[in-house]
Design a protein around this ligand. Structure first.
Ligand SMILES: [Zn+2]
Length: 260
């Protein structure tokens, strides 16, 4: 039994003045999932991530809960996934495209003051690569084929959280996003602005699996000024702390896949 998590639960039940009643009720329900050892680690992470994303946690709670769900993921991946160094070579995350389609030739990666546990970093930050496709009329279809562009999982992993059903009324920047835990790199791999999402928390994916179609979802990806692209980020977990990692070498070295 995770004593610390239990204490957080009790604490929030007693001292609930910080959040509105309905938000507190939601937080308690999500915490109950996080401390339930019969629930799979991907779904647990998803419950935790909703609290992180929607700022229901103090920074101390956030860090403790992250540590806990990350430990569970590491443990699960030891038994669920075959650790084979041969699979470490990535598949490029956008089918039919390659290194040349990375925004600014890879110069669009700006870490700045990004801190996973702190909101509101100053200045422009973009600890990610945008991968652009040919979609001049912005209908989410490849101008060359008239078909959707598939987003592929770069590596084997566990789906840890997704968002679906984004509408232009939502202020979520990532739109319909996916986070996958990559046990080989010990990293969270983020795919944002998707149209349809094919995976759910707890799913195991293999490298090259189709996980979504490219879309234009998200606060800044939806307006006309934004060309259709995948926002791709990796956060390497260093001693329980997710830190931005520039995956340009892995992207350049990855295997490119063409549509069948
Ligand atoms: Zn981006």
């Amino acid at each position: 039994m995770k004593i610390f998590l239990f204490l957080i639960l009790i604490n929030t039940l007693i001292f609930s003045q910080e959040l509105s009643y309905s938000k507190q009720f939601l937080k308690d329900s999500l915490l109950a999932i996080v401390i339930n050892d019969t629930i799979n680690p991907g779904e647990k992470f998803h419950a935790y991530y909703l609290m992180h994303r929607d700022t229901m946690l103090t920074q101390a709670e956030d860090m403790e809960l992250f540590w806990d769900v990350w430990k569970d993921l590491k443990e699960a991946s030891d038994t669920l996934l075959v650790k084979d160094s041969a699979v470490n070579k990535w598949v490029f995350p956008v089918e039919g495209y390659g290194t040349g389609d990375i925004g600014g030739g890879g110069t669009g990666y700006i870490t700045g003051e990004y801190d996973y546990f702190k909101k509101g970093a100053k200045g422009f930050i973009h600890p990610a690569h945008d991968i652009f496709v040919r979609d001049r009329n912005q209908d989410n279809l490849d101008d060359r084929t008239g078909k959707p562009v598939y987003i592929l999982s770069v590596n084997d992993g566990i789906v840890i959280t997704v968002n679906t059903g984004w509408t232009p009324q939502s202020t979520l920047k990532g739109g319909n996003y996916i986070y996958i835990y990559d046990p080989y790199m010990d990293a969270m791999v983020y795919y944002a602005h998707n149209d349809s999402v094919f995976v759910k928390p707890g799913d195991l994916v293999k490298r090259g699996d189709k996980i979504a179609t490219m879309g234009r979802t998200g606060l800044n990806a939806y307006p006309k000024r934004s060309p259709t692209h995948l926002h791709f980020m990796t956060l390497k977990i260093e001693n329980g702390y997710p830190r931005p990692y520039n995956p340009l070498p892995e992207l350049k070295d990855s295997e490119f896949r063409m549509p069948e």
